[in-house]
Design a protein around this ligand. Structure first.
Ligand code: NOJ
Length: 739
């Protein structure tokens, strides 16, 4: 019995073949999952020995290992090695000293910049502007490809309800629609129309799939998920990325309802390659195939390879079970020649599409070793669009440019590389240009002012001995900017936190500044939502700057002084307390929705219901009104229907600004309980003071349908409520009927 049928026997729905029939006709049969036949690939494949084929499936992460594997001709690609000369030297061995001269593919985690770091992806989600993701990807692709990299392990598109999970920083937050739009923009930004271009990269949609569902927010942890949630919540960004032509996909470290992703034929084979028709290749995550042993799906390395290859993992990162056991497994009929050929075809096709056979080397004189003059302003502009003004009472912001003195206080006020956040500094020149600090940004923005810096405390630890100096600085200044939050290492991979308060004594530092009675604002630098009810109650203004990238200090100053009017919106709910997690706007209703007047409703005895700041929340230095909601029809046929929703947005304040108009839907009665709201449209508009604009959204059956627990997409007749406004708490509403 081969591995796939074995899994079908024991794994039920999540093993290969389990629910294939309900997905789409394409999912059922093996041939449908084959990559497109390409003459060049077929010709090459026909010449390859079994050893050479297995070699193409191997990806290693160091130069030494690459040389060792090349000596036996068994290597398909290398990752995490940077430097044009080093990469060319490895490539030379592959194209001059191996029998078939097949070039290597070079990968790297170019997550939010190669040399020029843009804001972290979570911040980019807050821009509600796919143009920001596209700008990041375009700049990064150019820098990386010119430095010899072909392939990036991005975009990460794991939707999550878990702010404790450090990798929330790498994705676009809690909403599948927003994540899909951002991910697609990023894929297109990396790949362009043709990723053989010297300015483009092959992208990698990761991590497939449901990695964001890690229990307790602990990285790599178990995920047990219903089919409807898998398809409605976690899969949509991947489906959209496949439709956008993403070249590769990376499997995730987690289990999915008992079957680790690396051995999960249902998600990889049936859904990704079958139903979605993905024709690129699937790479394992770092030792992900080997880890099937510790997961308990495989008894040894041979078993692990026998689970992963038929499930649909084409290339093995770091561990070496395919090259080691491939031949034996074939002889034992635990894998098939077709499965090996299928994987090799997919990898070769991407190499051909990258143009590596024609141009295996990079021009070393074009290597990018420092951010270019054009890239820095792009990063600064992007960061400005990502910042979220959480609160502004008074209002105390923006600061006047004529301010005479500013005290910058807080451990992140003079931070450099922490402003880049996680997954930064991997490119060749990434350490040549430290990010602009907040102090320096403020000095540049207010050249006439006296600007001081006093840390007050460290990000972590209990030492409050610097508080007195910080208070003294605050007393001496017109205004204090308190910069607190997390270091770069506190979010990202393997950086889960059980407590997401401001670390260390930073909250006490804010309290000490408040005690001076002088005006102050708080700037947050962090890679996840934090629990900040104290700040909400005590700080006059809070600006969420996330990890804003290499121009961070300038971008923060742009917003503090009103050169940029803040317009970011939260891509994720901010909880009041860690005990509320998971808390997300697109939740299902219970039979007893929270009601403060009724004990027997769904709530905590010791905490107000709802988030501190809701999904989609974000203020501006001006104000907006949304009204005039109109629907083009009251009925939408379930087949081929279409409704235009329009509303007028007016800038009711005194300065120009951007608003993100958001459209949410609710299906109040359905065969599967539906979220109380779900985002199905957003538009960023720029309006001068007093100006109005009508925004419109087109809804089709795809927007009102959902996947059921047999993974079948359903569009059901009945009422659909529409909400339009400036956050997920929008109240302007209308409805139509699906017929
Ligand atoms: C492990 C991470 O999970 C993945 O996101 C990354 O691309 C690989 N390591 C390669 O560095």
């Amino acid at each position: 019995m081969n591995r796939r049928s074995l899994l079908a026997g024991v794994g039920g729905l999540f093993a290969a073949g389990g629910v294939a029939s309900v997905l789409a006709p394409a999912a059922a049969a093996d041939p449908a999952t084959r990559p497109d036949r390409d003459g060049r690939v077929e010709a090459l494949l026909g010449k390859m020995t079994l050893e050479e084929k297995l070699g193409q499936l191997q990806l290693v992460g160091t130069e030494d290992l690459a040389r060792t594997s090349l000596a036996t001709g068994q290597l398909g690609g290398v990752f995490s090695v940077v430097g044009a000369a080093k990469l060319n030297a490895l490539q030379k061995i592959a194209v001059e000293q191996t029998r078939l001269r097949i070039p290597l593919i070079f990968g790297l985690d170019v997550i939010h910049g190669y040399t020029t770091n843009f804001p972290i992806p979570l911040a980019q989600g807050a821009s509600f502007d796919p143009g920001v993701a596209a700008a990041d990807a375009t700049v990064a692709a150019k820098e990386a490809r010119r430095s010899g990299i072909h392939w990036t392990y991005a975009p990460m598109m794991d939707v999550t309800h878990e702010p404790r999970w450090g990798r929330i920083a790498e994705g676009y937050g809690e909403d599948p629609y927003l994540a899909s739009k951002m991910a697609v923009a990023k894929v297109r930004g990396y790949q362009g129309d043709d990723y053989s271009s010297p300015d483009r990269l092959a992208a990698c949609a990761k991590h497939f799939v449901a990695y964001g569902g890690a229990e307790g927010g602990r990285d790599y942890n178990t995920v047990d998920v219903s089919l409807q949630r898998l398809h409605n919540l976690y899969l949509p960004p991947f489906k959209a990325s496949v439709e956008a032509g993403v070249a590769t996909v990376m499997a995730s470290f987690n289990t999915i309802s008992g079957v680790p992703a690396h051995g999960n034929g249902y998600v990889l084979h049936d859904v990704l390659k079958g139903a979605y028709g993905f024709r690129g290749f699937v790479v394992s995550d770092y030792t992900g195939i080997e880890e099937l042993i510790l997961h308990g799906l495989a008894g040894d390395g041979a078993d692990a390879a026998a689970a992963a290859l038929p499930a649909g993992v084409d290339m093995e990162m770091v561990s070496t079970n395919y090259v080691r056991y491939g031949k034996q497994l074939l002889a034992e009929r635990r894998i098939t020649r077709d499965q090996i050929d299928d994987a090799v075809r997919r990898i070769l096709l991407v190499k051909f599409k990258l143009g590596l056979f024609e141009r295996p080397y990079v021009d070393e004189s074009g290597e990018v070793k420092a951010p270019s003059p054009a890239a820095l302003p792009a990063s600064r502009q992007a960061a400005g669009r990502c910042m979220v003004l959480l609160k502004n009472d008074g209002p105390v912001l923006p600061l006047a440019k004529s301010v005479r003195s500013v005290a910058v206080v807080g451990p992140l006020g003079a931070a450099t590389y922490d402003l880049n956040g996680t997954w930064a500094g991997l490119g060749t020149g990434a350490w040549t240009t430290p990010p602009v600090t907040v102090v320096d940004g403020i000095k540049a923005a207010a050249p006439g002012a006296t600007v001081t810096f006093t840390a007050g405390c460290a990000v972590e630890g209990a030492d409050t001995s610097g508080f007195a100096a910080a208070q003294q600085a605050a007393r001496a200044a017109d205004v204090t900017v308190v910069v607190v939050g997390e270091t770069a290492a506190m979010s990202g991979e393997a950086a889960a936190r059980s407590n997401i308060d401001l670390p260390g004594v930073q909250q006490q530092l804010v309290a000490a500044i408040k005690d001076t009675g002088k005006p102050f604002v708080v700037v947050l630098v962090n890679g996840r939502p934090l629990t900040i009810p104290y700040l909400h109650d005590n700080a006059p203004a809070i600006l969420e700057a996330w990890a804003p990238g290499v121009q961070g200090g300038h971008a923060i100053a742009d917003v503090l002084f009103g050169v940029v009017n803040p317009s970011g919106k939260l891509p994720v709910s901010f909880p009041r307390a860690v005990g509320q997690i998971p808390i997300y706007y697109n939740h299902e209703n219970t039979g007893r929705p929270a009601d403060p007047a009724n004990k027997y409703t769904s709530k905590y005895l010791d905490l107000e219901s709802g988030p501190l700041y809701e999904f989609g929340h974000g203020l501006s230095y001006t104000t907006f009104r949304v009204d005039g909601l109109r629907l083009s029809a009251t009925r939408m046929p379930a087949r081929g229907g279409r409704i235009e929703v329009s509303a007028r947005v007016t800038n009711t304040g005194a300065r120009a600004g951007d608003e993100v108009v958001q459209l949410y839907l609710r299906d109040p009665v359905a065969s599967i309980v539906q979220p109380v709201r779900r985002l199905r449209g957003f538009q960023r508009v720029t309006l001068a003071a007093g100006a109005s604009k009508t925004v419109s959204f087109t809804l089709t059956p795809e927007d009102v349908g959902f996947y059921d627990n047999a993974a079948k997409f359903r569009v059901e007749p009945g009422k659909i409520e529409v909400y339009v406004g400036t956050s997920s708490a929008a109240t302007l509403t209308a409805s139509f009927t699906v017929t």
